[in-house]
Design a protein around this ligand. Structure first.
Ligand code: ADP
Ligand code: MG
Length: 353
């Protein structure tokens, strides 16, 4: 066996980056969350070649202080978390200061940003965590350019230096579909923010959500009227003993029949997560209401006491663990069940009359 040696720092960073950013949609999700964290009310996304060639996200949020730009893509630099204990009460999406750093290790990243107090916007380029000169030459200092308040982040040539990852990705159109899926789900959940998503060079915009749209209209825009016309609002009573502070959302009623299952849209403490036990429990209870093989549409937002939730179990933050999982799932399923059965009996009553 060869002797043990420390890995080169750029190798370490590139490996770590590949764990957080598995596909263009992961990069997009991180940047989307940053824009929401920055109190934006409008977020625009432009994509070329499934996000591999070009991925741009432009927001009208707080902007980034020019003096912070040298640190922006350093690993573990963040404006959001200072102490480990803060993780218990974190209300922003980000906290590890890893996303932009990771992206800068596996792409060519550039930023245009302007805070309200800046007179002009600043543009700069990054590679491997650090400011670098623009491709046209010169120094790496941010340079002044005209621009609106907010931030635009451009990611080009994603995975250019991770050839194995490039080979394992799906087609450009599938990767684009995943990006659109992430944006759509955040657009449903995050009210008061307008979203657009389009392929650059394409003639149409694939998603347009105006910032004043209701949640029902957001669902209609994304999933169509067949879903939106059959929605039932869900509000599950809080149960502080098991750490369930709130649970609300929309599910389809028993009129909605669809064999193509739409993956449930589940947010826990504002994070888009895959919560398979909850999905299974709800699908199970619908077996009495829907023909065999049909699945409901589910959008649920859970607010669980932050101290009971561990968001830090997976690098992509896709999975979360929480205390009293079984009790909470049981509570939510019975809340939905009660709603469905009351609708069903009122319908029976109407038809009997
Ligand atoms: P984290 O979100 O965990 O802090 P990131 O690498 O995603 O780490 O971002 C690093 C920092 O860059 C953030 O803490 C924030 O201060 C700043 N930032 C990133 N994107 C934006 C944005 N769109 N608007 C304003 N600030 C941003
Ligand atoms: Mg972030």
């Amino acid at each position: 066996m060869p002797r043990i040696r420390p890995l080169d720092k750029t190798v370490v960073n590139r490996i770590a980056a590949g764990e957080i950013i598995i596909a263009p949609s992961n990069a997009l999700k991180e940047m989307l969350e940053n824009s929401i964290d920055a109190n934006s009310t409008n977020i625009e996304i432009g994509v070329k070649d499934g996000g591999l060639k070009f991925l741009q996200i432009t927001d009208n949020g707080s902007g980034i202080d020019k003096d912070d730009l040298p640190l922006l893509c350093e690993r573990f630099t963040t404006s959001k978390l200072t102490k480990f204990e803060d993780l218990q009460s974190i209300s922003t999406y980000g906290f590890r200061g890893e996303a932009l750093a990771s992206i800068s290790h596996i792409s060519h990243l550039s930023v245009i940003t302007k805070t309200a107090k800046d007179e002009c916007a600043w543009k700069c380029y990054y590679l491997d965590g650090k400011l670098v000169p623009p491709p046209t030459g010169g120094n790496s200092e941010p340079r002044p350019i005209a621009g609106k308040d907010g931030t635009s982040i451009i990611v080009e040539d994603l995975f250019y230096n991770v050839p194995s990852r490039l080979r394992s990705l799906r087609s450009h159109s599938e990767e684009y579909a995943r990006i659109l899926d992430v944006v759509s789900k955040y657009a449903i959940h995050t009210g008061h923010i307008g979203f657009t998503c389009k392929k650059l060079g394409g003639s149409s915009t694939d998603l347009v959500i105006r910032k004043d749209m209701s949640r029902r209209d957001r669902i209609r825009t994304v999933f169509g009227s067949s879903v939106a016309n059959e929605l039932v609002e869900v509000n599950v009573d809080a149960d502080l003993d098991i750490g369930l502070n709130r649970c609300y959302g929309y599910v389809t009623n028993s009129n909605y029949e669809n064999k193509k299952s739409i993956r449930p849209v589940i947010f826990i403490n504002n994070r888009l997560v895959a919560c398979d036990p909850l999905r299974r429990a709800i699908n199970q209870l619908y077996t009495t209401y829907l023909p065999k093989g049909h699945k409901p549409f589910i959008y649920l937002a859970l607010e669980i006491d932050p101290k009971d939730v561990d968001v830090n179990v997976h690098p992509t933050k896709r999975e979360v663990r929480f205390l009293n999982e079984e009790e909470i799932i049981e509570r939510i399923s019975s809340g939905i069940e009660a709603k469905l059965s009351s609708l069903d009996s009122s319908r029976k009553f109407l038809t009997q009359q």
